[in-house]
Design a protein around this ligand. Structure first.
Ligand code: DON
Length: 568
């Protein structure tokens, strides 16, 4: 072979390798006329784009992205987990779908406590008992049946192909598999899928093939719900439960149903926001905080100044106190929603705000409303099409790789979402969140979530969709993405890149992205009495924006992660 030919061949090979390995992409300029997808993984965004280009609408593409993420982002994308969808249809309807996991029928209130009434925290996080009944497959099929235009087999094609033929691991794919290897090795099903036969580490450039998962996806594609909640897949899930001491039964699987829910609606400046209601806390907290910020004239302060951060933190502190006490599954617990979202209530709640002094969280409790009660991993994606359909989906296994249990023979991981319940009053979960009765464990109940898929309208047209990963930090991050646009007129890349803060009432800490807040700002915040903690990244988000006049679309995936924008 001539030298020239060899050089050409080598550079082609190098190009392919580089091309295949470059998954991270921050943002794109506003240049899409026909459709855009932003998600936590390049292959998944491209799967969505493929379906849009085949003539599918945003819902068709969203279902394709969800199934593709189950293959290419196994630590968070899933069919063994759950999530929430907010969607805007081309004729202006806005709806939300709750496909959150449910506690198995054999779960009990104290299932994670030992005889001494102590919380055995590993039990709700790792292994058989950690999983709720998965909702994703029902959710995707329910959304597709109501709003999609293509057959399930068609929208699942990219995911099946990625599982069957495999895909090339990027550096971040390989790192994430390697970092969870010790835990994954503990479970036979997970070892088979996620550990190389010779036990060596994954490397960028390896091809990752998932044959069992491909077969499971094919069963879903051809049989719909029955391909997952009964038949062979259902049996394999129950067999796995028996193997690892889990309690999900065939009946639990068969009975799973996702629920259409009325969105939480808020108005802020020129925008109308549509957000997820309970069992997600995202919508309630965001609406409460926006209301309190308006009350404090937030628009007068510059981005991330001490004055701005102080106001944001104080609103968050009060809202998270309400969240942790009042919110849970509305099908099980009567949430005084209209009271919690009432303007007078919120104005009263922030009336003790002091511009020069931080309130101590010890002195803040949940608000008293009249209605007395009776009783590092998630992922998000957005799709917009040229017809005006916009879909925002926040979905998760909860922790990275969920319960670490893979259903043997079916090739997919199960969630550890049971940890999102309040296992014992006063006992923090993995995100430091302390819950109450509203979020106690009951059979068939959904655990409270912070996932916050959000769509905002301006002049009646969808202009923003977003969501993210990071437990309770999802709420604050999506809120800040939106504020950056509404208050500071940023474009998608700027809105997502701007430094973030977080406060969740307890622990009483003001988290700031350490590198990006000056000593002066931090010292001023400390002088108010905030306990400021400089940390690394606060959440990972993915957003899209649509110009309400031109219809031109843009997208941004957080440079804090490895997301990808695909559009045309
Ligand atoms: O639903 C929730 O709020 C949590 N299960 C989300 C978990 C999460 O974001 C983990 N990611 N870093």
């Amino acid at each position: 072979m001539s030298r020239i030919l060899l050089t050409l061949l080598l550079s082609a090979l190098l190009f392919i390798t580089q091309h295949d390995l470059s998954t991270a992409q921050v943002s794109q300029p506003e240049n899409y006329q026909n459709g855009v997808v932003t998600s936590g993984d390049r292959y998944a965004s491209e799967a969505g784009l493929e379906i849009l280009q085949k003539g599918g609408n945003a819902v068709d593409a969203a279902v394709a992205v969800q199934f593709a993420l189950a293959v290419t982002l196994p630590r968070a994308g899933n069919i063994g987990g759950g999530g929430f969808m907010v969607l805007h249809t081309e004729n202006g309807n806005i709806n939300t779908l709750d496909f959150r996991e449910k506690a198995p029928s054999r779960s009990t209130r104290d299932m994670y406590l030992n005889d001494e009434n102590e919380f055995i925290s590993d039990k709700s996080k790792i292994g058989g008992l950690a999983s709720g009944v998965p909702g994703t497959v029902d959710g995707m099929i329910t959304a597709l049946e109501r709003y999609g235009t293509l057959a399930l087999e068609i929208v699942m094609e990219p995911a099946i192909r990625l599982a069957e033929d495999g895909y090339i691991l990027s550096h971040s794919h390989a790192r994430s598999l390697n970092s969870a290897a010790d835990r994954l090795r503990e479970f036979d099903g997970s070892r088979e899928v996620f550990i190389k036969p010779d036990g060596s580490s994954w490397e960028a450039g390896d091809r990752f093939i998932q044959k069992d998962l491909a077969e499971t996806l094919k069963r879903i594609a051809s049989m719909g719900r029955r391909g997952f909640y009964s038949g062979l897949t259902g049996r394999l899930i129950v067999e796995e439960m028996n193997r690892v001491g889990g309690i999900i039964t065939l009946r639990d699987l068969r009975d799973y149903k996702s629920v259409w829910r009325e969105p939480i609606k808020a108005e802020f400046y020129d925008y109308e926001l549509f957000m997820m209601p309970p069992p997600s806390s995202g919508g309630v907290v965001m609406k409460q905080v926006l209301n309190m910020l308006d009350e404090m004239n937030i628009g007068e302060y510059s981005l991330n100044s001490a004055e701005y951060v102080h106001r944001l933190a104080e609103a968050l502190r009060r809202s998270f106190a309400d969240r942790n006490y009042w919110l849970g599954d509305p099908d099980f617990f009567e949430i005084p929603l209209s009271e919690l979202l009432d303007e007078k209530y919120l104005s009263n709640r922030i009336s003790d705000f002091n511009p020069a002094t931080a309130t101590s969280s010890d002195s803040v409790s949940h608000g008293h409303v009249n209605n007395v009660m009776e009783s590092d991993e998630t992922t998000h994606f957005n799709v917009a099409d040229r017809y005006g359909n916009v879909v925002a989906v926040n979905t998760t296994l909860n922790g990275s790789f969920g319960s670490f249990v893979t259903v043997t023979g079916a090739g997919f991981l199960l969630n550890n979402e049971m940890d999102d319940f309040s296992a014992k009053p006063g006992e923090p979960n993995m995100f430091g969140l302390i819950g109450a009765e509203a979020n106690s464990i009951e059979p068939g109940k959904r655990m409270l979530s912070s996932m916050s898929p959000t769509i905002a309208l301006k002049n009646g047209k969808p202009v923003f969709a977003g969501g993210g990963a990071g437990g309770p930090r999802i709420i604050t991050a999506v809120l800040q993405n939106f504020l950056n646009i509404a208050l500071f007129e940023m474009n998608a890349a700027q809105a997502i890149t701007a430094p973030r803060i977080h406060h969740q009432w307890l622990p009483d800490r003001l988290f700031v992205e350490g590198l990006y807040f000056s000593d002066d700002t931090v010292e001023k915040l400390e002088s108010y009495g905030h306990q400021v903690l400089r940390i690394g990244n606060i959440a990972l988000t993915h957003i899209i924006m649509i110009n309400d006049e031109s219809g031109v679309m843009s997208g941004a995936s957080d440079s804090r992660g490895n997301g990808y924008v695909a559009g045309y």
